[in-house]
Design a protein around this ligand. Structure first.
Ligand SMILES: Cc1cc2nc3c(=O)[nH]c(=O)nc-3n(C[C@H](O)[C@H](O)[C@H](O)COP(=O)(O)O)c2cc1C
Length: 379
């Protein structure tokens, strides 16, 4: 019997009740509608297939959307999502309506790719940006759906940092207009906010670099600006960190100190949750020991969401032990749209989605065609 499972129990975030603690991970699937001109903003507007994908997964306690760019400068992935124009709002509104009709809750993940975006996506500025001029080792995606070496990014000036914070606020306001229940600030996976947090990519000598206090300033100012805008109160704003991940050429020797500091410092806001990719199964940089949920718990009083490599048993153990409150599933939720029902009924789960299906531009294939569980028919 699974009915007494903790991950199936309700959870309150401020005034919002989640029907269970099983969370759909933010997953870029690049399923926007392809256009002849890849700069055509229509490719960034969520379509009906995307709405169906989220509706299929609405039995989880909370859906986190695929990363959604807050500005053109923050964008750099063909047919990925965005949330900075009224057209984006109209597309996302269809998604939130369908999720709410299924009694689901949904947060929009606010994204700026920083140095992981290629300048070919930015014909006006012809540049990519970051905390400092540290290029990413490895390949980035180009607008012609090819690859290029990571470029030397332009280090944002203080004025440009303020403009970028305003872009995050605009993303939050547009999310509100689109009917989202809240927003998650993407501060993980080597994107712009993470580039400010980590010593590997932040070589600034001004008030946004150097000390831990300075490197966290950008994240704090985004949070404070969203709250001040009135788009969402603190209880509807979460943030995601990946202190252990190598994705985006990341990993710094001082991540244990930095991210326990992040937990301690962000405590003051009473946010919806702190989302940590603590597992190592999405890449581990090996530069310092892994940061665990337990490290965060010691420094953070609010709700903690764990992620990477979770299974029913592992997540139940984590929640029961008190290490985390919420369990976030990525690859398993792609291939099991009815993941909570499968856990609740002790039904077997389908294998995680294979890599080829992750972000191939194949429309519904490998996206909305994963079946719900069916009892085997008796012969
Ligand atoms: C196809 C795919 C797309 C992803 N896109 C995002 C994203 O948009 N934002 C994000 O924060 N993480 C993204 N991730 C990371 C996942 O949210 C998650 O952390 C990762 O899959 C590990 O969790 P899992 O072991 O449950 O799959 C992506 C992962 C995959 C496999």
């Amino acid at each position: 019997m699974s009915s007494d499972m903790q991950i199936l129990s309700k959870f309150k975030i401020g005034d919002m009740e989640l029907k269970n603690r099983i969370i759909l991970a933010p997953l870029t699937r690049a399923r926007g509608t392809p256009q002849d001109d890849p700069m055509d903003p229509a490719s960034r507007v969520p379509n009906d297939t995307q709405a169906l994908y989220y509706e299929q997964r609405a039995s989880g306690g909370l859906i986190l959307t695929e990363a959604s760019a807050v500005s053109e400068e923050g964008y750099g992935w063909l047919n990925a999502a965005a949330i900075y124009t009224d057209d984006h709002v109209a597309g996302w509104k269809k998604v939130t309506d369908r999720v709410h009709a299924k009694d689901g809750k949904i947060f929009c993940q606010l994204w700026h790719m920083g140095r992981q975006a290629h300048s070919s996506y930015h014909p006006t500025t012809k540049r990519t940006v970051s905390a400092s001029s540290e290029p990413m080792a490895g390949k980035v995606k180009t607008i012609d759906n090819g690859e290029a070496d990571g470029e030397v990014p332009h280090a944002l000036t203080v004025d440009e940092i303020k403009t970028t914070i305003a872009d995050f606020v605009n993303g939050a306001e547009k999310s509100k207009a689109a009917g989202f229940d809240g927003v998650e600030i993407h501060a993980a996976n080597g994107y712009l906010v993470d580039q400010f947090l980590q010593s590997k990519t932040n070589k600034r000598t001004d008030q946004y670099g150097g000390s831990k206090e300075n490197r966290i300033r950008f994240l704090k100012e985004i949070v404070e600006a969203i709250i001040a805008s009135g788009a969402y109160p603190a209880s509807r704003i979460g943030f995601r960190i990946s202190p252990n991940g190598a994705f985006g050429d990341m990993g710094s020797e001082d991540n244990v100190e930095m991210f326990t500091f992040v937990a301690k410092e962000m405590n003051q806001y009473n946010l919806a949750y702190l989302h940590i990719m603590d597992g190592l199964g999405f890449g581990y940089h090996g530069k310092c020991r892994p940061v665990t949920c337990a490290d965060i718990r010691k420094n953070y009083d609010g709700a903690i969401m764990a992620n990477v490599g979770l299974t029913k048993e592992i997540s139940e153990g984590l929640v029961r032990s008190g290490a985390c409150d919420l369990a976030c599933f990525g690859r398993l939720y792609i291939s099991n749209p009815d993941l909570p029902e499968r856990f609740a009924n002790d039904w077997p789960v389908a294998d995680p989605a294979p890599y080829e299906t992750w972000w191939a531009h194949t429309g519904e294939k490998g996206y909305t065609d994963w079946p719900v569980y069916e009892e085997p028919k008796e012969e």
